[in-house]
Ligand binder design. Sequence first.
Ligand SMILES: Nc1nc2c(c(=O)[nH]1)N[C@H]1C(S)=C(S)[C@@H](COP(=O)(O)OP(=O)(O)OC[C@H]3O[C@@H](n4cnc5c(=O)[nH]c(N)nc54)[C@H](O)[C@@H]3O)O[C@H]1N2
Ligand SMILES: Nc1nc2c(c(=O)[nH]1)N[C@H]1C(S)=C(S)[C@@H](COP(=O)(O)OP(=O)(O)OC[C@H]3O[C@@H](n4cnc5c(=O)[nH]c(N)nc54)[C@H](O)[C@@H]3O)O[C@H]1N2
Ligand code: SF4
Ligand SMILES: [Mo]
Length: 766
Amino acid sequence: MNDESGIGEPGVEIKKTMCWPSPGCHCNCGLLVKVKDNRILDIRGNPDFPYNRGAVCAERVPHFVQWLEHPDQLMHPLKRRGERGENLWERVSWDQALDEIAAKLQDLKARYGAECLSTIEGTYRSDFYPIRARFLNLFGNPGNVGAAGTACACNKVALSFALAGTTLPCVLAPPIKRLNCLVLLGRDYWAANPVRRRPMRRWREQNPGAKLIVVDPRRTEMAKMADMWLQIRPGTDTALLLAWMHVIIERGLYDREFVERWTHGFDRLKERAAEYPPERAAGITWIPSEQIVASAVAYAGNAPACIMSGLAPDQLGRNATRVEQAKLCLHAITGNMGGKAPGLAPEGPGPVVDGVMAIRDSMLQMAELCSPRQRARQLGSDRFKLMTWPAWERMNALYQETYGIPLPMSGHSFTAPEPAIWRSIVDGTPYPTKALITWGSNPLLNAANTKMVYRALKSPNLDLHVVLEHFMTPTAMLADYVLPAASKLERGTLSTMEDFTSVLVAAERAVAPLGERRTDYHFFRELAIRLGFGEHFPWETEEDLYNWRLAPLGITFKEAATKRYVITSSEPWTHETINPRTGRPTGFATRSGKFELYSNLLEELGYDPLPCYEEPPESPVRTPEIAAEYPLILINGGRFLPQFQSEHRQLGMGLREQHPDPLVEIHPDTAARLGILEGEWAEIETPRGSIVMKAHLAGGIDPRVVHAEHCWWFPEQPGAEPSLHGLWQSNVNVLTTDEPDACDPLTGSWPGRALLCRMRPVSPPA
Ligand SMILES: Nc1nc2c(c(=O)[nH]1)N[C@H]1C(S)=C(S)[C@@H](COP(=O)(O)OP(=O)(O)OC[C@H]3O[C@@H](n4cnc5c(=O)[nH]c(N)nc54)[C@H](O)[C@@H]3O)O[C@H]1N2
Ligand SMILES: Nc1nc2c(c(=O)[nH]1)N[C@H]1C(S)=C(S)[C@@H](COP(=O)(O)OP(=O)(O)OC[C@H]3O[C@@H](n4cnc5c(=O)[nH]c(N)nc54)[C@H](O)[C@@H]3O)O[C@H]1N2
Ligand code: SF4
Ligand SMILES: [Mo]
């Protein structure tokens, strides 16, 4: 495919698109797609695209055509006949579906208030989150947005806004090339971010002196590559990081100049860290104290150094956000936040090109329409305050003052915790949720406590459930309307990545939507028109919207998507940049103007302002009585290829065939004791339920820990109840909990990890 124009082959075009879910993943590789007559002939990596420079993963990309042309892809709107879960459908037109949904929403709003609607969404699956925010604000909704993001990455982003007033590169995308030390804390680049493999290998080869430290209960591919592998007890990362702080402060290894000039509350942090000598942390984490000291010294002595924390810490329930707080404080005291670590400086909003900013997501959201009375009604916001209005309002005031634009609320760093939404459907407390729009998410698989989600989706209290999907998932099976959504191959993209970054990414669509598939944008706009506020959606297509968003920069969407790809600021906007609004260094958009080691915001919200360690909600230490019956620690969700989340389970596209069965990883000694054999089925049971998976014996996992894969369902099993495509067989969230007391008090994120379980061999499922 050297001939990019396709000249010489009549009717052939090369489209420059981007790979992201679905059918790809969050690595956002640039693709060159060869198209003829709206059919994809070939897909290659785009050598000019900055994120992947032509590389793509062999596991998924060769199967995208089969994915798109798979017979199970939804092509027409469907309306339920019979009961939810009976799998009886009638084909309807888009107009009929939209008219009926709008009328129902209008009626429910009149009877129960605009707060009776919630949306359920996936993680970073759309550039239309700001459009959804705009829609909800115009509808009068208080921001009842349920998202996996509450327990995935977005809690980190919210905390970074709280402590640093903006996003930091160490939160999502560390500049590996420039580092002398990388710490992977519950992050497995190998399986989760295939596009990082090549840069990781190159970094190791070209910087033999640089340190790689991996903290993981399992010996992952990354752990095998590491200088130090710390085999941690699941759920105890904060204790480890507090002990690092102890060592670094006690030995004077911190960056005095940065601490004095740019941080707030060092003395208080020092007192807290003093409570965690390495010997104490060793008892908590199962990591020998010499290893804790050696790794702390290696981290502090090798700037620029970055701690990249993955998903595991986000899913620890009560202590989830504290891991990130401890991590960011370590970055600050070691000066890994600019200066000697330029790639790690805070990022102001952007892109700002020659003094002009493009339209960011936050500028579309219309938060000002949400009244104080409605804000107080956001589900969960009375208790979980860091990702809801209480923190948003305080942070927004500082953000506006510093950057002159609103703080984003459209991305998933602003959510109503899902457990509160399910309970409001089931019990009607604190008020009834009557309507759900689920788009780009499969909560029966991805949300904690599947039995609770099922009760909510089956509840007679739920008057309307709309699902926008590519495939008939177990969740879609419980909808009233299933609408066929255009995939990323079938629509263009323009994204500031939920405003988590300062860049704008643009990509063309590869083909026009198949069948009657429409974009999620089309859905929200058409609904807005029918609900009487269509004038706020003047852009007929998403491309019109994109052109409008780019107009301040003087470029078109076509130009951005085919020539620029990733638009960055002409000058980075860091804490040291002279702020054009004040004429002084920008600093941090916090109350102190500095990075807050002691958080004024958390204190105002009634939380401990300093990082603190808390035992997992269920553990040999906190709940020995449960541990007596369920002696193993269950972790889950470690990534595997080629599947992505609950996707790629259909047979016949060459993806499921690569990894056909759900696997549970167990140490050979533990397996021998329990009579569990390699490749045989085993039951995993927690106090909440049991599932079965095939056993995989692995010496690299701690013998006291087992690891189960996440999001397993089986499209080949019957769709109708009771099966719901095998929903109950191997779905790890049957085992997890979303009890509010087990959730993180700051964000409401639920504990997917570090729970207790027991195992036994069983015969294969029918
Ligand atoms: N126990 C446990 N639970 C977990 C995890 C874990 O590790 N362990 N991981 C958690 C994490 S990190 C995450 S991010 C979540 C995953 O949560 P999600 O991101 O919600 O992923 P899925 O559950 O696969 O649901 C996504 C659905 O959206 C559809 N889809 C894809 N693109 C589009 C689109 O553009 N428009 C529309 N309308 N639909 C689209 C797909 O077909 C798919 O069915 O799961 C979480 N759940
Ligand atoms: N193939 C594939 N890739 C994906 C996804 C997918 O579903 N499939 N999902 C995407 C999404 S949305 C996300 S959020 C990322 C997540 O990807 P990662 O951030 O890599 O997260 P995980 O794979 O859940 O876990 C990484 C490691 O954490 C370890 N771990 C478990 N418990 C603990 C603990 O308490 N402490 C520590 N330190 N480590 C622990 C596990 O053993 C595992 O090796 O992957 C993304 N990429
Ligand atoms: S790693 Fe593979 S699936 Fe993920 S974006 Fe890149 S090419 Fe696509
Ligand atoms: Mo995620």
